[in-house]
Design a protein around this ligand. Sequence first.
Ligand code: NAD
Length: 496
Amino acid sequence: MQVISHIIKGQSVDNNDRYQDVFNPATGKVTGQVALASTKTVEQAIAAAKEAFPAWRATPPLKRAQIMYRFKQLLEDNKEKICALLTAEHGKVTDDAMGELARGIENVEYACGAPELLKGEHSRNVGPNIDSWSEFQPLGVVAGITPFNFPAMVPLWMYPMAIACGNTFILKPSERNPSAPRLVAELLQEAGLPDGVFNLVNGDKEAVDCLLTNPDVQAISFVGSTPIAEYIYSTGAAHGKRVQALGGAKNHAIIMPDADIDNAVNALMGAAYGSCGERCMAISVAVCIGDKIADEVVSQMKGKLAQLRVGNGMVPGQEMGPVITSQQLNRITGLISEGVEAGADLVYDGRNLQTRDDETGFFLGGCLFDNVTTDMSIYKEEIFGPVLCVVRAKSMEEGMQMINDHEYGNGTCLFTRDGEAARYFSDHIQVGMVGINVPLPVPSAYHSFGGWKRSLFGDLSAYGPDSVRFYTRRKTITQRWPSSGVREGAQFAFPS
Ligand code: NAD
């Protein structure tokens, strides 16, 4: 059986640490084993990154960017292979995997702009014959810890920019689907990156804790669930590191009485059930303003759910694959039972899904709840599965209050034809990423991605301009070259 190992200093490394099974969620079968790095293995990776840093820091940004150009081309050339691994270990359908990779590649393209992005700020004559400038220097060894739901894209949010800024990097991807991030890492080596600039360790809490506490690691980027994000933020900060930790979500869409219902329903189908709801930007709550619109949305969604094509993502034409593990399947069905017991109407029950005989994996059909209230666990918790909750409200203000009161603030969307309502909503909603008739408002690579409230711990968002700031440290230099022969007396007043 294949073993997915680490990459340290450009070499495949397997130190006979612990191992964990890797599954194909569509068949439920074990397809490989992933090595789980011990503290010693992670220390080996940190030492390699530390050793590679001085030469990489001194490499001109243009040369670093040229490697990113080659990396982008290799990603394009190998996209079918990468996406096959994404589907085999995550379960998402091929089209969705292609979309994930394309959004990841956008971040490599952005990193190709490093020479421009690192230009700094210059002021001439801040005083008599004195010039001053700010430059952005790399931090040193930085690490990224990533979730299972975007095994290719989320790592690409982090290391292309970190490396292009002159840092060396250690990636700890999710142990649940390690093959795609490993293949992508091999392509980066092939692009000509010097050994040790990028290292990959597979692992679990033991590996993460080593990265969080080791004094040679300067900064940590994390994406995952909120309890772990909070742990990463507090532990990393307590050890003197710069930390950005992106957490979970409960994204609401408000459907106004004037919305284009057909388009809103189609958008909700994709946003709630695409990738089996395993997206931090998935819409999991639809707040319908008024009973008329709620009845219409529920009736149309029921009809479409009956047509939803669920099965192995490798088979062309499928719209939704399985969830990631049997544990996650049990957790979701447990929450569905809680919703029924709490009095919500399960108007479409995906637990009755019939899949083909050879699809013995972790399948669940799309589920739709109506008449959900804010005290129910299906409303409060991030389900991270194909479950949409319809909440009925009387006004946009009531819907906005629900969103603002929720602990998460990642994404949201308003469906309307009313520009004034849209402007008020986007101005006052307590959420980091807002869509107007755009159900998944995932920012482009040249903006930055981040939620508010308990969806992000730290000051800077992921990728885009914020990532240049996150992966560099500002230094301001003030310089004067006195003419030879000019002598000045001591100045005791503060320079002004
Ligand atoms: P997770 O928190 O279980 O795992 C994320 C990473 O943390 C993995 O690499 C894992 O190995 C590591 N980890 C897990 N438990 C740990 C522990 N006790 N100590 C140290 N490290 C630990 O998340 P997941 O299930 O892989 O991913 C799904 C979650 O990620 C969802 O909550 C989703 O909303 C969130 N997510 C957020 C964003 C965002 O941008 N805000 C994007 C994608 C996913």
